[in-house]
Design a protein around this ligand. Sequence first.
Ligand SMILES: [Fe+2]
Ligand SMILES: [Fe+2]
Length: 182
Amino acid sequence: MGRETSLKVLFQQWLLAHKFRKDPQFTYEDKNFLNRHLSDWERVLFDQMDYIDQRHAFGVARTVLNDPRIQNQAEKEILIKAALLHDIGKIRGDFTINQRVLVKISQLFPSWHKRLFKAGKRSESGNLARAVYVQAIHPQRGAYMLLISGVDEAVVELVRNHHNSISRTRLERCLKTADAVN
Ligand SMILES: [Fe+2]
Ligand SMILES: [Fe+2]
């Protein structure tokens, strides 16, 4: 993805974040889908995310549903759950809408990004450095939250690896593709 395209995508994401700022706007059918695929506790973890992240995760789950690389129902169930929960390491309040955009922009400037990440390790939420840190560690944080919740190990590993530069398994590739288009 080129830099221009990235900025265009960032602007679209910023607009969407505003649209869903106060309400994820799930329909009755959407809520049924969530309840069918998440246990009560997993739903609590899902609900801890910002509304824009809930919309994103829901979109990722709808996309994986139709991936032709899925071979059976068990794989589909694992992927849907992983899609719904893959970003739970980002908790409501970790980012303001503008910080979401700035975190992505900071990734274009590696030395600035590295400085922010280091500072974010020790800071409270609410500032850009913390947002950069959370963005970087959210796969591990989310995987840990699922691990201590006793969620299926296959789901935990998909969440842990969803930002790895190289996907090791077919299901990781399915999740990564769906994540990239939502
Ligand atoms: Fe993520
Ligand atoms: Fe994501």
